[in-house]
Design a protein. Structure first.
Length: 191
């Protein structure tokens, strides 16, 4: 029997747009719920809250999927443009935007079975919600606040280049259920 998460991921590649929208809504809800409980205290710190757009944060749920699933979802959703991912990162990705502010980032590995982050995630957990992304006005400053006030260390020692010219860093944040949630803070490319 398939899990609700696996079913929703599979439904993103079906021809019926209403089924894809319902699946996207469920995946977005699940991702936001897991991240929301893990970062709920971040909003109490006024500067960090402002950097993350306060009561109206821009959130994208990142799904790691196998290459064949990636291709089926992409075709079913009109073959969206692939993001420009730095060559040192083992990822291919595209974004899906749905009504109601639902934003998904569909990710796969360039090297199945390889040593990259997405390949490792897929080998360990299978397809699923790999990360939750928050747009941030200044990733460097947010990283400092998370380290100083919340004792949360960044995955990378310094902000790095991400997809489509963004600046990013990642944080493994403890969640109330005893697990961890991977949070990506991203800063859009300056125009």
């Amino acid at each position: 029997m398939s899990s609700p998460l696996a079913s929703a991921i599979g439904d993103l590649s079906l021809p019926d747009e209403s089924v894809r929208l319902a699946a996207a809504g469920e995946l977005y809800r699940l991702g936001r719920a897991s991240a929301g409980s893990a970062v709920s205290n971040w909003w109490e710190e006024s500067e960090l809250s402002t950097l993350l757009r306060g009561a109206n944060p821009a959130i994208t749920v990142g799904l790691a999927v196998n290459r064949d699933t990636f291709g089926r979802i992409r075709v079913a959703n009109g073959t969206p443009r692939l993001a420009e991912v730095p060559p040192d990162q083992d990822a291919e990705e595209f974004e899906l935007e749905f009504a109601g502010g639902i934003s998904l980032d569909i990710l796969t590995t360039r090297e199945p079975g390889g040593a990259g982050a997405i390949a490792k995630y897929l080998a360990k957990f299978g397809e699923g919600i790999q990360q939750v992304e928050y747009r941030c006005a200044n990733v460097d400053r947010a990283t400092d606040i998370l380290k100083e006030k919340f004792e949360i260390a960044a995955v990378y020692p310094a902000t790095r280049h991400g997809a489509d010219g963004t600046r990013v860093n990642f944080f493994l944040v403890p969640s109330p259920d005893g697990g961890k949630v991977l949070i990506e803070l991203y800063e859009a490319q300056a125009l």
